[in-house]
Design a protein around this ligand. Structure first.
Ligand code: C2O
Ligand code: CU
Ligand code: CU
Length: 524
């Protein structure tokens, strides 16, 4: 199907679905689950600041969680059983991050979105074997933002993140501190780490690298928010700030409030926007973050729901209609935060753009192997029809779960950048330091979504498919989505060096694409 056609169809269906479900199930302010005792509380990750000696200690370790019934799921976590603390640093601060690896496999720890030298970046070259520690200095010099950290072990990032290794990294600064934004952690400043998972019959995380996964990415059937299924958050009665991270391996979400209240986007990946962007629906791709304000002054509960997205396989139930992710109950004491009309000063893009200096083409070499079985199973026809067919769903789930696991050679050669699968020995290019650069990101013939992430920088999107970016993506970004044969141009600058031993990465943040070769490395 042609892309525009699909979008029209999707949006029509989305509206239909949304309307229908809200009418039928009555997801609304007054009837969000009257009985809430069965709903777990939203886990709020503990804030972790540097200790008196300036050190932040992160301990990756095995754990156990009960996600499904009372079956124990084996997990990994950082300073806890699943996910990690919310590390908080201030602009101008120099901290030492000390990462201990107590899980039984080699990991790395990458600071996604932090503008630091390659030597501190925690990419695939900076391995931490089991039982070992890695220590690095993080000199924080960038605007307030919601970043995150996660392992970057080639080719096992996907499986380590599925297990639970990821956490938030929040930068504070003076400018943002002067704004009247809600900022009481867990009271009116609420982190939401959204992930999807699937479980094996014995309650363990499903994880299988077959052609379905390598091409389409990980397909969960359960939404987790901060590691809980459809939890509820009791917040202040007032303006509420949601710091949203799409920490899924591959799934995008279209977020909305169940009662249609507005989402005011105040920040993107790398910091605050110039002014709030009011939306009814917010599309968030993997790796992206948005800070959103919602007006909870009415004290009425609502759900944050996700609506169907334009990724065929991601429309399997329960993601085929509005799916509630978390209930927000603004029932506490009066909040004090406000929605400012202007937020941050964003430098205007230069009139005269620098010449194009780097092309990044995302390649899929095995997309037919991952798509044809789905087509044969009837998935694309089902999505087009807008009606969920249990027989098709069963066939597709069977492929997800049972399609044969790939050999390492098959996995590592399935995807690429600029025609070549990733090789840890090969430097792909060099970027000039401290200079405005214009890069062009596009894809081969596959037309799939690729949220492309670049290390060592925060960039600005100049254009996507020839048009200016959406207002909510016009600020600082470290993830640039492309899809449907599209092209994104960015303006980027690397203030720090990255040498051959510890180069930066540029890759698709669909972790199964990254782990199958859709990654390039470069020096600055
Ligand atoms: Cu969030 Cu290169 O990764
Ligand atoms: Cu990164
Ligand atoms: Cu991709």
């Amino acid at each position: 199907m042609h892309w525009e056609e699909m979008m029209v169809q999707l949006s029509r269906r989305t509206v239909l679905l949304a309307g229908a479900a809200w009418a039928v199930t009555g997801l609304g302010p007054s009837n969000v689950r009257a009985q809430d005792s069965a709903q777990p509380s939203l886990p709020i990750p503990a804030e972790l600041r540097a200790d008196a000696g300036g050190t932040i200690r992160l301990d990756a370790r095995p754990g156990s969680m009960r996600f499904v019934g009372d079956r124990a799921t084996a997990t990994y976590g950082i300073n806890g059983p699943y996910l990690g603390p919310a590390v908080r640093v201030r602009r101008g601060e120099k901290v030492v991050a000390q990462v201990s690896n107590n899980v039984p496999e080699t990991i790395t720890m990458h600071w996604h979105g932090l503008i630091i030298p390659g030597a501190a970046d925690g990419g695939p070259h900076q391995v931490i074997p089991p039982g070992k520690q890695w220590q690095t200095e993080l000199a924080v010099d960038q605007p307030a933002a919601t970043l995150w950290f996660h392992p970057h072990s080639y080719p096992a990032t996907a499986q380590e993140v599925i297990r639970g290794l990821a956490g938030l990294l929040i930068i504070d600064d003076e400018e943002s501190g002067r704004l009247p934004l809600p900022s009481r952690w867990g009271v009116d400043d609420i982190p939401l780490i959204i992930q999807d998972r699937r479980f094996t019959p014995d309650g363990q995380f499903f994880d299988r690298m077959n052609y379905i996964a390598v091409v389409n990415g990980y397909v969960g059937d359960t939404a987790l928010v901060n590691g809980a299924r459809y939890p509820q958050a009791r917040t202040a009665r007032g303006w509420i700030r949601l710091r949203i991270l799409n920490g899924s391996n591959a799934r995008s979400y279209t977020l909305a409030a169940s009662d249609g209240r507005s989402l005011y986007v105040i920040g993107s990946d790398g910091g605050l926007l110039a002014s709030p962007v009011e939306l009814k629906q917010l599309l968030i791709h993997v790796g992206e973050r948005f800070e959103v304000l919602v007006d909870g002054r009415d004290g009425r509960a609502f759900d944050v729901v996700t609506l169907p997205v334009a990724q065929d396989i991601m429309r399997l139930p329960p993601f085929d209609g509005p799916l509630p992710l978390v209930t927000i109950r603004p029932e506490g004491a009066d909040g004090t935060g406000q929605l400012p009309s202007s937020l941050a000063v964003l430098p205007a893009l230069p009139q005269q753009l620098p010449p194009m200096s780097q092309e990044l083409v995302m390649n899929m070499f095995r997309d037919q192997q991952g798509m044809m079985p789905l087509k044969t199973a009837g998935l694309m026809a089902m999505v087009k029809s807008g009606k969920t067919d249990p027989a098709v769903v069963a066939r597709v789930v069977n492929l997800i779960v049972n399609d044969p696991v790939l050999s390492q050679t098959e996995q590592l050669s399935a995807s690429g950048v600029n025609g070549k699968p990733f090789s840890i020995e090969r430097m792909d290019f060099a970027a000039a330091r401290s200079q405005d650069l214009r890069w062009r990101i596009s894809e081969g013939t596959d037309l799939m979504l690729h949220p492309v992430h670049i290390h060592g920088c925060q960039f600005r999107i100049i254009s996507r498919d020839g048009k200016p970016p959406e207002a909510e993506r016009a600020g600082w970004k470290d993830v640039a989505p492309i899809s449907a044969g599209g092209v994104t141009e960015i303006l980027v600058r690397f203030p720090h060096p990255a040498n051959r031993d510890t180069p930066y990465m540029a890759h698709c943040h669909i972790l199964e694409h990254e782990d199958s070769g859709m990654m390039a490395q470069f020096t600055v």
